[in-house]
Write a protein that binds this ligand. Structure first.
Ligand SMILES: [Zn+2]
Length: 377
């Protein structure tokens, strides 16, 4: 049997964790593999959840498997592909190898072929390969994998899914549409909250640049009870912490304060970050500029965000946190200077909604931008 590939956008990490726990309880070691920096957080989260599930098992087996996390940089280091093959083959036991690969994105023109090579080499070399990969467009399936489309949304409320369904059917053939779970949802979920980057106090072309948008997002989060020890979400009374919130954007302009080696700020944080802080919210920023200029801080923060160690709101470029899920997700529209060049506003809008919905378990907040500002230069 070929290794299995999972295709879905909402709940796939949960399925990977469940499968990993099953392997561990059967006594198999589980290899959690991150091939690019943007999947680091997701893979650390999967490994962490496997560990928690194992220790919480009331009747653990006498010899459960162990969890091994492998981290590579396929984008910047081609030699890492061979290193990953070598490392994983060294973990084969009795002809078997159990691998979890989240956010595989085989169709990515940067690292997709390298992920495909890794999977093909393992499939050739290990007869007992059990590899579950998730986060894949169904047009980009490597021949060495057997697709198992999972279209039942496991985590999102119906009202949140409605945000994306029409667009998926109309605009893209790259993912399967969601299907009915066959199980009644506990409720329709919450309405999607809409804010607008529009009006006199708003500055800049996109919400990322706008201090006022930061203040208005902060006000909405505080209204929901974030950080107050309570929650005003009708179907979700568990208190909302800052760590339950992620603010996502595709904008390449997002950044925290950029500092030189002496600790002097050479470039101020994005407007939205300043606005959030003005309202007293503790904020962790994971922007592309932070990765370039403050790599050590970025690495520490990704590790921290992966396990929600510090109680902070995360503001992040969507590529920095593939696979992370939070109760409250805020989507800030924007454009990436390089990867969005030549793409239509409509296609970008669909991608934004997919990313936002797939990371949201309870409350979605969309910041709308008037169409006159939605032009890619
Ligand atoms: Zn604004």
């Amino acid at each position: 049997m070929k290794p299995v590939l999972l295709l879905l956008f909402c709940g796939k990490t949960v399925v990977l964790v469940l499968q990993g726990v099953r392997w561990l309880l059967q006594g198999h070691d589980v290899q959690v593999v991150s091939t690019i920096y943007s999947t680091r957080a997701a893979s650390r989260m999967v490994a962490g959840q496997l560990g928690m599930a194992l220790s919480a098992d009331p009747t653990p087996p006498p010899t459960p498997g162990s969890i091994v996390l492998h981290q590579y940089d396929f984008v910047n280091r081609e030699a890492d592909v061979q290193q990953a093959v070598t490392d994983l083959l060294a973990r084969v036991k009795d002809g078997q190898l159990h691998v979890l690969l989240d956010e595989a994105l085989f169709g990515s023109n940067v690292y997709g072929p390298r992920n495909t090579t890794l999977v093909a080499r393992l499939a050739e070399s290990v007869p007992g390969l059990h590899l579950w990969a998730a986060g894949v467009l169904h047009t980009d399936i490597p021949p060495s994998l057997q697709p198992e489309p999972l279209t039942v949304p496991l985590r999102c409320a119906p009202s949140v899914l409605r945000e994306v369904q029409p667009a998926v059917g109309r605009l893209t053939a790259r993912i399967h549409n969601y299907s009915d779970s066959g199980v009644p949802a506990p409720g329709d979920g919450l309405r999607v909250i809409r804010l607008s980057h529009h009006g006199n106090a708003h500055r800049g072309r996109w919400p990322v640049e706008c201090q006022q948008c930061g203040k208005e997002v902060a006000a909405e989060l505080l209204r929901l009870g974030v950080g107050s020890g309570g929650s005003s979400l009708p179907n979700s009374p568990t208190p909302l912490s800052y760590r339950d919130v992620v603010i996502i954007t595709r904008s390449s302009e997002l950044q925290d304060d950029i500092e030189d080696d002496a600790g002097r700020v050479t470039s101020r944080a994005s407007g939205v970050v300043r606005g959030l802080r003005d309202e007293g919210l503790p904020v962790c920023v994971l922007g592309e500029q932070d990765y370039r200029h403050n790599r050590a801080r970025w690495e520490r923060d990704v590790d921290d965000v992966a396990v929600a160690a510090t109680d902070r709101v995360t503001v992040t470029h969507l590529d920095c946190v593939h696979g992370l899920e939070r109760r409250v997700v805020v989507m800030l529209p924007g454009r990436h200077k390089e990867t969005d060049e030549g793409r239509s506003d409509e296609a970008i809008d669909v991608d934004d909604r997919l990313y936002a919905v797939s990371r949201c378990s309870t409350q979605l907040i969309m910041v709308d931008v008037p169409r006159r500002k939605c032009v890619v230069s």
